[in-house]
Ligand binder design. Structure first.
Ligand code: FES
Length: 113
């Protein structure tokens, strides 16, 4: 039986495209960062990169969008980081840091204070 291609995943980024985040540009943000991940050859689908990007529903922080949550591993343990008020550069800062195994950036992060 044929199976889907699989590449090991280093980080999974989930951008909210719920109604409130959409009103402040999350769908446009998603399209732009998808292209940038592909241009940097780290997007999961383009060339076997290890960064997955997925649209998701409401993350429960509607007044602060565009929002994103990330899942990644650190020292073999599954970790999470939650971000609000993202723009393209702050998104890419998070994506690159986690893809390179650096700590999750604190700018725009709201689960750690
Ligand atoms: S619509 Fe994005 S957090 Fe609720």
């Amino acid at each position: 039986m044929e199976q889907p291609l699989y590449f090991p995943t280093r980080v999974h980024l989930l951008v909210c495209t719920g109604p409130s985040c959409t009103r402040v540009g999350s769908r446009e943000l998603f399209a732009r960062v998808w292209k940038r991940l592909e241009d940097e050859n780290i997007a999961y689908y383009s060339s076997g990169g290890n960064v997955r990007l997925t649209e998701t529903g409401c993350l429960g922080a509607c007044s602060f969008g565009p929002n994103m949550t990330c899942y990644y591993t650190e020292n073999g343990a599954l970790r999470e980081a939650w971000y609000s008020s993202l723009d393209e550069d702050s998104f890419m800062n998070v994506a690159r840091a986690l893809q390179q195994g650096r700590p999750a950036p604190v700018e725009h992060r709201y689960d750690k204070r």
